[in-house]
Design a protein around this ligand. Structure first.
Ligand code: SF4
Length: 192
C-alpha cells in the first residue's frame, strides 16, 4: 500500500475528538477541493505487516485511516490485522468510493465534497459537512442516514472570513439542532 504517513496524535475533529489515535494516511485522492489542506500526494510502499509494526509502537487502541481518500487502497488484510490487534478502526472518507470487499470498519466518518447522490460508501456513522457559510444549502445532506451530523466551519486560511463562517455555522446549528458543531481542535491546541 502507498502510505503518506503514520503518526500518533489526538483525534481533533468530530465524535471522537480528544481520543488518542494512530493516524494512517494513505496516498491519493480522487477529488481536488479548493480548501484541501492535506498533502496526500506522496507516499512510500509498505506491506500491511510493516504498517502494523508501526501502529504497534503506540499504546492507543484507536486507529484513524484517512487520506486523501483511503477507500481505494484499504484492504481486508490490513483491517483484519488491526482488528486482531484489538484496534477500533475509524475511517475518514469523502464517500465517493465503496469499501473494498471484506473491509470491516467500526466507524465511518463521511465528509462529502460532492452531490450526495454520488456517494457510494456503504454506510455513514458520522456525517461531517464542511460549511462555507450562509447560503450553502444543507438540505440534500439532511436526508442521508447517519448516527451523528456534524457541521464544521471551512478553514479558508483567512482569519476574518473564518470568523464569519464560524458565526454562520453556530447560527445554523442553533436553528437546525439535528446538527452539532465540529471544530478542528488540532489547529486550536496545535497538535497534528
Ligand atoms: S476529498 Fe478531502 S483529501 Fe481529497 S481533495 Fe477534498 S479535502 Fe482534500
Amino acid at each position: 500500500m502507498l502510505v503518506n504517513e503514520i503518526f500518533y496524535s489526538l483525534q481533533g475533529e468530530g465524535y471522537f475528538t480528544g481520543v488518542p489515535a494512530v493516524f494512517i494516511r494513505l496516498t491519493g485522492c480522487n477529488m481536488r477541493c479548493s480548501f484541501c489542506d492535506t498533502d496526500f500526494g506522496k507516499g512510500i510502499e509498505m506491506t500491511e505487516e510493516e504498517i502494523m509494526a508501526e501502529v504497534r509502537q503506540y499504546s492507543a487502541h484507536h486507529v484513524v485511516i484517512t487520506g486523501g481518500e483511503p477507500t481505494f487502497q484499504l484492504n481486508e488484510r490490513l483491517t483484519a490485522l488491526l482488528h486482531e490487534a484489538g484496534m477500533f478502526i475509524q475511517i475518514e472518507t469523502n464517500g465517493t468510493h465503496a469499501l473494498n470487499k471484506g473491509v470491516k470498519i467500526d466507524w465511518i466518518t463521511c465528509s462529502p465534497k460532492c452531490d450526495p447522490s454520488k456517494l457510494r460508501i456503504q454506510r455513514i456513522d458520522e456525517l461531517k459537512v464542511i460549511y462555507e457559510g450562509e447560503g450553502q444549502d444543507l438540505t440534500p445532506y439532511e436526508t442521508l442516514e447517519a448516527k451523528e451530523y456534524r457541521l464544521q466551519p471551512c478553514d479558508t486560511q483567512d482569519e476574518t472570513k473564518n470568523q464569519h463562517i464560524l458565526q454562520d455555522t453556530i447560527q445554523y446549528v442553533l436553528q437546525h439542532p439535528q446538527w452539532k458543531l465540529s471544530l478542528q481542535t488540532q489547529k486550536i491546541i496545535h497538535v497534528r
